[in-house]
Design a protein around this ligand. Structure first.
Ligand code: NAP
Length: 289
């Protein structure tokens, strides 16, 4: 029998890529089908579908807006996850909850010292900012059922029709700006949704439970990523490095949030592609699309 996998946030970046890779096994739940703001909406939608697995990609992801909209952010990213967890536990449904590298905001010294020690699943979380705190609460809610899978990822781009990501923003801005100022003091691993979705499905296949980190391999800064992007696309855009403080976003961002992939690789017996390789493939796929 075909396993039905329900995907919330199916119009978003990762949700739409998961749906694409799953094909007819996926039941897509966009905001029109399930509203994280309402427990009744969540319970009704899940009751109709009765999936074997629920992948929760829906989230309040407007990181800066969340600073002045905490209630809605916690409702979507924490309380709604608790509701899904309770529902799934009662019906033996496996919940896969997506989370973020932003739960780590206390490891800047690793970056400054150049020690490059990626943060593993045992590293204590230290979220700053409303979005980061709400996502950690969502992880805690999902972890109340040990059989659930929680996947932290980072800097997503390249899933579905939405163009709300760093790579697309750079491409758009470069069309009208000869010079761009880009933050160079946040080290992390931007990740291609195609690779992250495939990795999530591999973990599901392996019946992995608990917490896993999944990103592309190796690390970079947004400045370096922008430089690489314009070099690969042969754009003359000049990129100037600036600090996080100079950029002045409303929400804090971790200075070092490179995630260790050791647990993932040991589980599925394969390596994630590097961020450079992923970016090259994305640009190629984008040209073909
Ligand atoms: N984007 C990143 O760089 C990043 C990094 C690390 C972790 N993550 C995590 O990875 C997961 C997927 O991220 P993503 O980049 O795919 O996000 P995304 O593109 O912003 O998609 C999120 C989806 O959630 C839906 N949504 C938001 N509020 C909702 C509500 N109240 N009810 C129902 N649906 C709602 C949105 O619907 P609308 O389209 O209608 O707004 C959107 O389709 C999230 O858990 C996110 O926290 C993302």
């Amino acid at each position: 029998m075909k396993t039905t996998i329900a995907i919330t946030g199916s119009a978003g970046q990762l949700g739409s890529e998961l749906a694409r890779q799953l094909g007819s096994r996926a039941v897509q739940l966009s905001r029109a089908h399930i509203n994280l703001a309402s427990d009744a909406s969540i319970l009704d939608a899940l009751g109709e579908i009765r999936p074997a697995i629920l992948i929760n990609c829906a989230a309040y992801t407007a990181v800066d807006k969340a600073e002045s909209d905490a209630e809605a952010c916690f409702r979507a990213n924490a309380e709604a996850v608790a509701t899904m967890t309770g529902y799934c536990r009662e019906r033996n449904i496996r919940l896969v909850q997506l989370s973020t590298d932003y739960v780590f905001d206390d490891y800047a010294a690793d970056n400054a010292a150049g020690s490059q020690r990626p943060l593993d699943e045992q590293t204590p979380a230290s979220p700053r900012g409303i979005y980061a705190q709400s996502k950690l609460q969502g992880e805690i809610a999902a972890a109340a059922t040990p059989e659930n899978l929680i996947v932290r990822t980072c800097g997503l781009y390249g899933g579905g029709p939405t163009m709300r990501n760093f790579v697309e923003t750079m491409i758009r801005l470069a069309a009208t700006n000869p010079e761009l100022r880009v933050v160079d003091d946040q080290r992390c691993t931007p990740s291609y949704c195609v690779d992250v979705a495939a990795a999530v499905l591999r973990l599901i296949e392996q019946e992995a439970t608990g917490l896993y980190h999944v990103t592309n391999r190796e690390s970079t800064t947004w400045f370096e990523l922008a430089q690489t992007l314009f070099s690969l696309t042969r754009k003359p855009t000049v990129v100037q490095p600036i600090s996080t403080a100079e950029y002045g976003a409303a929400a804090p961002r971790p200075a070092y949030s490179v995630l260790s992939l050791e647990k993932y690789s040991a589980c599925v017996q394969r390596e994630m592609p590097s961020w450079r390789n992923a970016l090259e493939r994305y640009l190629n796929d984008r040209k073909l699309a």
